[in-house]
Write a protein that binds this ligand. Structure first.
Ligand code: BEZ
Length: 405
C-alpha cells in the first residue's frame, strides 16, 4: 500500500482534519482505509481533561493529571506518533455544570478524547451526553458510578479506575471475616456513597452480618458531630464509611477525637485513607480498607512508578495517580493501533478492548462493558501507610448490571 504524505507539513489540528478529509476522498477511489497517512506527525492529539482542581477532590484531580502526563512524557510526549495537547477544565465537582463543561470540550475545543471525571454524578451526566457518539472516546479515570458501565455503557466509554461496587463489596466480606456482627454505614449522599455503602452492606449481610443503620451526609458537608452521637448510641460492632479527599481527613481525625475509634473500628473502601493517610496521622492507625492499590505490594512496576512519580512531582504516589497513568497507557494502546488517527474510532476502540496493562496496581484488562478488571487488596493503615495485607478478590469484574453492548 502506498502511503501518501501531505505536500506541506500539517501544523494545526485544522490542517490535519482538512488533510484527513481529502485523504478520505482519495481512499474511497482507491478502496483502502487511509487511517495512517494523514497524520504528518505535527498535528497534535487533543485530550480534554475534566477533573476537579479545586475543593475537596482537588488532590484527586491533580494526582490523576500528574499520572496521565507522566505516562505520556515517558513515551516521548506522543501518542501514536503525534504530540499531545491537553485542554484542562476544572469540574468544580459541579453536577449542574457538567453538561456545559463537556460540551465546551467537545464542540468548542474539538477534543479527540475526553478524560474525566472524579465525581460519579458528573460521570453520569457526561455518559448521557457522550455515550454512543462516534467521537470523542471518553475514558473515566476515577468516578465509580456503576451506571456508567451499566445501563449507560457505550462503545466509546471506557473506565480505567473502578466501579463503586468493586472495592466496596469485598470490604463487606472483610468486616464479616473479622467477626463483626453489626455495622453502621456512613457516606456522602450521592451516587458514589450510596453505591459503595449498598455494595458493602450486601456483602456483609450475605455473610450473616446486619447493617443496623445507613447514615447519609449531604455532599460535600463535613459536619460530623451529630452523626457521631448517633453512632455512639447505636453501638455497632463497626462502621463502614466513604467520604473521599479532604472530607476523609476531617472524618477520620474527628472520629478518633470523639472517642469512637477505640470501641467501634472503622472500615471502608480504600478511599477512606488513600492519599491522605499521612495527614490523618495516628487517627488512621488500624483502619482496614479494600482497594485496587496498597503500600508495600512488592511489585517492581509499582516500585518504578513510585520513584518516577516522586521525581516528577515531588509527591508520593496514590491510587488516583495510578489511574491517570493507566489512562495514558490505554490511550497509547488505542492510538498506536491506528498510527495516531484518532478519527478511526472503531479501530481505537477495538485495540482498547483487547488492552492488557502491566499497571503499578497489578495486571489489568477490560470487561465487555469496558470497565477495568483488577485485583482488590486488603490494606491496614499503620504509621502513615496503607499497608498491603492480602489479595481479597482476584481479577474482580463488576457485574455491569443493565449494560447492553
Ligand atoms: C466518585 O464520585 O465516584 C468517587 C469520588 C472520590 C473517590 C471515589 C469515588
Amino acid at each position: 500500500m502506498t502511503v501518501q504524505k501531505p505536500t506541506t507539513p500539517l501544523k494545526t489540528r485544522r490542517d490535519f482534519l482538512t488533510a484527513a478529509a481529502a485523504t478520505a476522498g482519495l481512499a474511497t477511489a482507491a478502496s483502502f482505509t487511509p487511517t495512517r497517512f494523514a497524520i504528518g506527525n505535527t498535528a497534535k492529539v487533543k485530550i480534554g481533561v475534566l477533573l476537579p482542581y479545586s475543593g475537596t477532590y482537588a488532590l484527586l484531580g491533580e494526582s490523576i493529571t500528574s499520572g496521565l502526563k507522566l505516562y505520556i512524557d515517558q513515551n516521548g510526549g506522543k501518542l501514536g506518533g503525534r504530540e499531545v495537547e491537553y485542554v484542562q477544565v476544572d469540574s468544580e465537582m459541579s453536577v449542574p455544570k457538567a453538561a456545559a463543561n463537556t460540551s465546551r470540550l467537545v464542540t468548542k475545543e474539538n477534543v479527540d478524547f475526553v478524560v474525566g471525571p472524579v465525581h460519579s454524578g458528573i460521570a453520569q451526566v457526561m455518559a448521557k451526553n457522550l455515550g454512543k457518539k462516534k467521537t470523542p472516546i471518553m475514558i473515566v479515570p476515577n468516578a465509580g458510578s456503576t451506571l456508567v458501565t451499566g445501563p449507560l455503557c457505550a462503545p466509546n466509554i471506557f473506565r480505567t479506575s473502578f466501579t463503586n461496587w468493586q472495592p466496596a463489596y469485598p470490604g463487606g466480606k472483610v468486616m464479616a471475616a473479622d467477626g463483626r456482627k453489626t455495622c453502621v454505614t456512613i457516606a456522602w449522599k450521592y451516587a458514589a456513597g450510596i453505591q459503595m455503602m449498598d455494595a458493602g452492606k450486601q456483602a456483609f449481610e450475605e455473610e450473616g452480618g446486619k447493617v443496623v443503620k445507613q447514615i447519609y451526609v449531604p455532599f460535600p458537608n463535613v459536619e460530623f458531630q451529630a452523626y457521631f452521637t448517633e453512632i455512639a448510641d447505636l453501638k455497632p460492632d463497626c462502621v463502614f464509611a466513604f467520604f473521599g479527599g479532604g472530607g476523609d481527613i476531617k472524618f477520620v481525625k474527628e472520629y478518633a477525637a470523639f472517642g469512637l475509634k477505640k470501641n467501634i473500628p472503622l472500615y471502608g473502601p480504600g478511599f477512606l485513607t488513600e492519599g491522605i493517610v499521612k495527614a490523618q496521622g495516628a487517627a488512621a492507625d488500624g483502619i482496614r480498607t479494600t482497594l485496587h492499590y496498597a503500600d508495600g505490594m512488592d511489585n517492581p512496576v509499582d516500585a518504578k512508578f513510585r520513584a518516577d512519580f516522586k521525581a516528577a512531582t515531588g509527591k508520593p504516589s496514590n491510587v488516583f495517580a495510578v489511574q491517570g497513568f493507566d489512562t495514558g497507557a490505554l490511550l497509547k494502546i488505542g492510538l498506536d493501533a491506528v498510527g495516531g488517527d484518532a478519527g478511526a474510532t472503531a479501530n481505537v476502540i477495538a485495540a482498547m478492548e483487547k488492552a492488557k496493562i502491566d499497571s503499578p496496581r497489578g495486571k489489568i484488562s477490560f470487561s465487555k462493558a469496558h470497565n477495568v478488571i483488577q485485583d482488590i487488596y486488603l490494606r491496614e493503615a499503620q504509621g502513615g501507610e496503607n499497608k498491603f495485607q492480602k489479595v481479597v478478590a482476584s481479577q474482580l469484574e463488576d457485574p455491569a448490571k443493565g449494560c447492553k453492548m
